[in-house]
Design a protein around this ligand. Structure first.
Ligand code: NAI
Ligand code: MG
Length: 393
């Protein structure tokens, strides 16, 4: 049986890096048919919908998606770029990747941050004797992807019944004299079910891939209810995994420790916003956006994407300068997910070889300013990086 995979390049450099990942997948001998699906800015402009129903239907049918990146713009700018016949018809722009996460309840976001030996972008640290050490970071962040601070339940000038409900809480007293028009409220809603699901997934991942600890990274001393629920469920879940140690850190302290002992952390679990923050922090230690991959896992459907966006300032450069590794590593996560871990490992080893050898480097790895002149300074093209990885395979 040939597996069908929904390919959603999206906008900007998404259109550049996704085909590169497919070239690598083909080179591993992985047999699949890639079905191109429409998503992103072009479809917002021409149809008033960046996430057409035909794309949702394809994902519903085939379950697995590869996604490049999309371009998002503020509400008013978005409306201005709509096709003239769609203007003033009440179309509202929403981010199609957020839409996908919500529609398919892709509640578990996995963001591995692993350093490759020899990457000039790796974090280094001064040691006590005035020398330097380069810690090998191998941390995987499990970010709750659908609720918490990014759940979208928020108001400026809250309706009367919302305000009245909030005023049943004694801590609202300090806002008693503030007019509603001057109040902005964002909620942090957390459910037991989703929290249990992410901890279960995190501990299972730790077990499968041999990680020694799982850290719950929250702030339960202040966010007593929501972070409190995370901590409680973390402790309950940990009981089922006696060989894996449960660590517990506060998000603020964790950001401080990020550069002190990042090699000590295996899996980290956090709510949506804290997971967003901590995963960017760790990604910075291992090479940044050119290396940061991710998976959005739901019960039925899963979508794999690099963390970076569409980098519009580089989309017109031909040949392309951007680093395809984040996208290729995301495709590896797809292979892991569908039971092709051996092929994924081969690709990861090939990437490690190319990075360590250091002959072929994209502009970001050379710490150059992006632009058409990077090639004359020794940077490789996007396609040359892929070629080098395939050659190692
Ligand atoms: P971005 O991630 O597109 O680019 C930021 C900078 O990071 C780039 O200018 C470039 O210097 C570097 N960069 C990104 N990807 C790279 C790669 N593969 N190789 C080398 N360098 C790379 O973020 P930005 O500029 O804030 O947003 C651009 C557009 O992308 C916006 O419309 C934004 O809404 C959207 N976006 C979409 C995301 C998604 O599709 N999931 C995520 C983040 C932003
Ligand atoms: Mg982010």
């Amino acid at each position: 049986m040939i597996r069908k995979i929904v390919s959603m390049p999206g906008d900007g450099i998404g259109k550049t890096v996704l085909p590169e990942a497919i070239r690598v997948l083909n080179a591993t001998g992985f047999k699949a048919e890639y079905i191109n699906a429409d998503i992103g800015w072009d479809f917002w402009c021409s149809e008033g919908n960046a996430l057409p129903k035909r794309t949702i239907d394809l994902l519903q049918e085939h379950k697995i998606g590869l996604f490049g990146a999309i371009t998002s713009k503020p509400k008013d700018d978005a409306v201005r770029e709509l096709a003239s016949e769609l203007q003033n018809k009440g179309y509202v722009y929403f981010s199609p990747i957020v839409g996908l996460r919500q529609h398919f309840n892709l509640d578990i976001c996995i963001r591995p941050c692993r350093s490759f030996k020899g990457n000039p972008l790796n974090f280094i640290r001064k040691d006590s004797r005035g020398g330097f050490t380069e810690p090998i970071v191998n941390t995987v962040i499990f970010r709750q992807n659908t609720e918490g601070m990014y759940g979208g339940v928020e108001w400026t000038n809250p309706p009367k019944n919302v305000r009245e409900a909030l005023e049943t809480h004694p801590k609202m007293k300090i806002f008693a004299d503030t007019p509603s028009e001057e109040l902005a409220i964002s909620t942090r809603i957390v459910t037991k079910k989703a929290t249990e699901r992410i901890f279960k997934a995190a501990f299972e991942f730790a077990k499968e891939f041999g990680y020694k600890n799982v850290t719950v990274c929250e702030k339960p001393n202040v966010l007593r209810e929501t972070s409190g629920m995370y901590l409680k469920i973390a402790r309950q879940t940990a009981k089922e995994y006696p060989d894996i140690k449960l660590l517990d850190t506060n998000i603020d302290a964790q950001m401080m420790w990020l550069t002190k002992n990042p090699e000590d952390y295996g899996i980290i679990v956090a709510e949506n916003m804290f997971g967003d923050i901590i995963s960017d922090g760790f990604a910075g230690l291992i090479g940044g956006l050119g290396f940061a991959c991710s998976a959005n896992i739901g019960k039925e459907v899963s979508v794999f994407e690099p963390t970076h966006g569409s980098a519009p300032k580089y989309q017109m450069l031909n040949p392309s300068i951007v680093n395809p590794i984040a996208m290729i590593l995301s495709a590896c996560m797809m292979l892991d997910h569908i039971g092709e871990k051996e092929k994924a490992d081969k690709v990861r080893i090939a990437i490690a070889d190319v990075v360590e050898e250091g002959k072929v480097r994209t502009y970001d790895m050379m710490k150059l300013r992006g632009g058409a002149d990077v090639f004359s300074k020794g940077a490789c093209t996007t396609q040359e990086m892929t070629d080098a990885i395939i050659a190692k395979l």
